[in-house]
Every structure is written in C-alpha cells, then in structure tokens.
Design a protein. Structure first.
Length: 261
C-alpha cells in the first residue's frame, strides 16, 4: 500500500538559531524537503543519529517555513532487535522511569505469560486506564505523572506502555510515525516491544491501524524522537500541519503486535 505524507512547520526567531528536525520517513520511495528562512532558501544538513534521519537547519532571523512531503510503501521485512537496542530499550529513561513501577507492574500483570500475549495485555490495560484528552499533559510529564493523572495524549500513552513493559523486563521504545486514519491528524507516537527478537508495534490509543503506520524514527522516549528541537536565541514554534493519506481502504485499529518495517 502506498502512503503519501506531508508536514509543514513554521518557526520564528528574532535572531539566528539552530534547529534539529525529525520528520523524514525512514525509508521513502520519494521525498522533498524545502526550507525557506528569512525569505532565503536554506540547505538542510542530514545527520545519522542512532538510526534516525535528523536534519540540522541554520535558521535566519525572521520566519522560517519547513515543508516536507514523501511517498512510502507499507510492508517489508521485520526489524530484528540488536544487542545494543536491547540494552537501551531495557533501561529507565527521562520520561519512562521503569525502576519506579517494577512492583506495580508485577502486581498488575502476569509475568509468566508469553511476550506475544503480555505486550498487547499491557497496551490494553493502558487503553482502559487512560482517557485521551488533548492538552491534558505537560511536556515534562513522565509516565508516573500520566498514571496518576489518568489522562493524556499519544506520547503519554506510549510512555506509560513503555515504562510498564520495561518494568516487566521487556525491551520497549517509542516510535514516531505518520498514521493514516488518525483524527485529529498529527505526528503519532506508538510503542515497539521486543517479541522473540523482533520489534513489534502496539498502540495503546487505538486511534489508527498499526499495519498502515509509516516509520519516522525510534528512541528511548520522546526526548529522542521530537519532530523539532530549537537551540540558541529565542526561536519560537508557531504552527504545524500534518497529513498522511492512502488511496486504499484502511483496516480498523487492532490489538495484535505488528512488525513495523
């Protein structure tokens, strides 16, 4: 299935600044990235950072408009879990303090279940425990904050799912994706977990079909997968639009873990 994606971001700055951009599809069939900053075209510098495609931009004074579009194909082989990924995805991280929820997770879940059953069981538990509420969480909230609040957005669902899985000694990480069928449309955050040596996706929000997701990047949590990071000066994020469409019919969201290429 062909998926067409696009994103437009606007940033303003009273002085030159540096931006790190993560909106590019991991494996595009075709793509185009243009940056107009201070009424001048800017050439992005692509960097390879832990498997992600990161673009560094030197922004000029004034308004900057970033436009990205790409076509991608669903399908492809599963991703094996490397030893380095296994180690990174087991450790607590900034937004996923799994060491704080080990006792809680052991009480709530049956560790003896096969991972193919335990991973979707955790995602289902998070889906039932949280209420999806736009604007309910802060950028600094951890999974513990989300658990106590009982509400959040996709990144909060992902952080809580990751934290509980790591507390159960299952390697898990956050994946930023384009998600056809998502409403309202935005960048989306889902979870990849190690199931028998393969990265498999679950989405506790159930807002989009996992089999149609298009990978952008993966990381320990949202600190590694932010679509835009600004450094220097007083650069300010102004606006964003995201689209992800396909000509075919989308399947309904499901609970089964899915290997995302």
């Amino acid at each position: 299935m062909r998926i067409d994606v696009a994103a437009t971001l606007t940033v303003s700055s009273p002085a030159p600044a540096t931006a790190l951009l993560q909106v590019a599809v991991a494996a595009p069939v075709s793509e185009q990235l243009t940056v107009l900053s201070g009424a001048t075209s800017v050439e992005p510098e692509e960097l390879e950072v832990d498997g992600a495609r990161v673009h560094r931009l030197e922004l000029r004074e004034g308004q900057t408009t970033i436009t990205y579009s790409a076509a991608a194909e669903t399908g492809g082989g599963p991703r094996p879990v490397t030893p380095a990924e296994w180690a990174a995805a087991l450790r607590p991280s900034r937004y996923c303090p799994s060491d704080q929820l080990e006792g809680f997770a052991t009480t709530e879940f049956d560790r003896s279940l096969p991972r193919a059953e335990l991973v979707p069981a955790v995602a289902e538990w998070v889906n039932r425990r949280l209420v999806y509420t736009s604007g309910a969480s802060r950028p600094v909230d951890t999974a513990v904050d989300t658990l106590l609040a009982g509400q959040g957005v996709c990144r909060d669902y992902a952080h809580l799912t990751i934290t509980l899985l790591r507390a159960l000694e299952i390697p898990a990480r956050l994946v930023a994706v384009y998600a056809p069928g998502l409403s309202p449309m935005d960048f989306h955050a889902v979870v990849e977990a190690d199931i028998d040596g393969t990265w498999c996706v679950v989405d506790a929000t159930r807002l989009a079909p996992t089999s149609s997701l298009v990978r952008i990047c993966a990381g320990r949590d949202a600190a590694d997968t932010a679509f835009l990071s600004l450094f220097g000066g007083q650069a300010r994020f102004e606006s964003m639009t995201v689209t992800a469409t396909t000509a075919g019919l989308l399947p309904p969201p499901d609970d089964a873990p899915f290997p995302l290429p």
